[in-house]
Design a protein around this ligand. Structure first.
Ligand code: AMP
Length: 397
């Protein structure tokens, strides 16, 4: 693999696409810096070699050009702490100021460019825009796994301007290695835990996993589509009616492939989608008509935990309930505890990015699992077997 270990950056200016798309609260405080922390080893290696670093990233979804709410200047201070270094900042990612600041960089110095998505050309994968970015450095490094499934100017198109000088950063390489390990070298028993709101987002992955796993646990909102498909009463729980046939098909496929498909046996129901709703626990498929399921029940949590704890490989993607509300975080927490326990017993555990990563971090377990991916959509697509444009661009000629 083309990683940055192949070169010495002494005297070079490395243009690194990082994924600093971190969540910020109303005071612009970073609430989860996992993605920034993940990029530190790559930056440090380059600086230690005697190179300088130009960082480019997006933040949020600015609609119409520059918007202070999405300015990367909000993260400068924290980046300085993480790197223990001053950070130079260019208030425009292209143009004269960025060029001048990049040119003036000395070995060991770091320049952060303003949000790439202030230009619509970024997401369009515009070649002229990519060329302008490319002028800023003499080596291109992609360490933005979270955006690797996008063919944007800075994640993929830009690579063509560095035919002999494009590399994977350590975060990217680590993400790919861990995903590969799960897909192709999983020790058994291998358990996948799928949750989250919708089954439609994860169908392709579930289908692929049926060829690989011993146990497939399904919880979260998507479980109600399975419950209703089997004739259960789910009240006003989230459900994709048009995916019920597919749910039954997946159950049949699991049976044929001798995969132990495990669905919730009980559920926490609520009389409103609210943190102070009235709640009760009922058997799966017996939810009264004006109630909704917002978490797995205690019996289910126990059932899932027992399977997880006895696994040697665990892949987790999607929460078991509406974990953002305290009343409905219990099932997700129980699963997180079981994953931690399995890891302690020697299992390899990979937490898919997005909401499962947020849950693990909310409960303070990030350091007690094997790997927390920084990519939600990117990891899903990679595991579905799709080629990621950000990865292909580094390999391609
Ligand atoms: P996803 O992005 O598909 O992984 O879905 C994550 C979201 O699913 C989280 O915001 C959860 O609050 C939500 N979720 C999980 N379980 C349920 C449920 N039973 N009803 C509604 N939303 C749910």
């Amino acid at each position: 693999m083309n990683t940055i270990d192949l070169i010495n950056f002494s005297g070079k200016k490395a243009l690194i696409r990082v994924d600093f798309n971190v969540p910020l609260d109303e005071q612009f405080t970073i609430t989860d810096d996992n993605r920034m922390v993940g990029a530190v080893p790559t930056i440090e290696k380059i600086l230690k070699d005697g190179g300088s670093v130009i960082l480019m990233s997006h933040l949020g979804r600015p609609k119409d050009g520059p918007d202070d709410q999405y300015s990367l200047r909000h993260i400068v201070k924290h980046l300085a702490v993480l790197l223990n270094s001053d950070i130079h900042f260019a208030a425009d990612c292209i143009g004269e100021d960025a060029i001048a600041k990049a040119k003036a960089l000395k070995p060991g110095q770091v320049l952060l460019l303003e949000n790439l998505r202030f230009y619509k050309e970024e997401e369009k994968g515009d070649e002229a825009f990519a060329k302008k970015l490319a002028q800023l450095g003499d080596v291109y490094v992609n360490d933005a796994f979270g955006t690797a499934h996008r063919a944007h100017a800075s994640t993929a198109i830009i690579a063509k301007f560095f035919p002999e000088a494009k590399y994977f950063g350590y975060l990217m390489a680590g993400e790919l290695a861990n995903a590969e390990k799960i897909l192709n070298h999983a020790e058994r028993p291998f358990t996948a835990i799928m949750g989250g709101a919708k089954v439609s987002d994860k169908i392709l992955l579930i289908e692929r996993l049926l060829d690989k796993v011993d146990n497939l646990i399904i919880g979260g909102g998507m479980a109600y589509t399975f419950a209703k498909a089997q004739g259960g009463q789910i009240g006003t729980s989230i459900c994709e009616d048009d995916k019920m046939a597919l749910a039954l098909e997946l159950m049949e496929k699991a049976k044929q492939k001798k995969v132990n498909l495990i669905l919730p046996v009980d559920t926490v129901i609520a009389d409103a989608f609210s943190p102070d709703a009235n709640t009760a626990v009922v058997k799966a498929g017996t939810t009264p008509s004006d109630w909704m399921g917002l978490d797995i029940g205690t019996e289910t949590a126990q059932l899932f935990s027992d399977v997880i704890k006895n696994s040697k490989t665990v892949l987790w993607n999607g929460p078991m309930g509406v974990f953002e509300m305290k009343k409905f975080e219990v099932g997700t927490k129980a699963v997180a505890v079981a994953v931690v326990e399995a890891t302690k017993n020697g299992a390899f555990s990979l937490i898919g990015g997005g909401d499962s990563a947020a849950a693990v971090s909310k409960f303070g377990f990030e350091d007690q699992v094997s790997y927390v991916s920084t990519g939600g959509g990117a990891l899903l697509e990679y595991m579905e077997g799709k080629e990621l444009p950000g990865v292909k661009a580094i390999y391609g000629s």
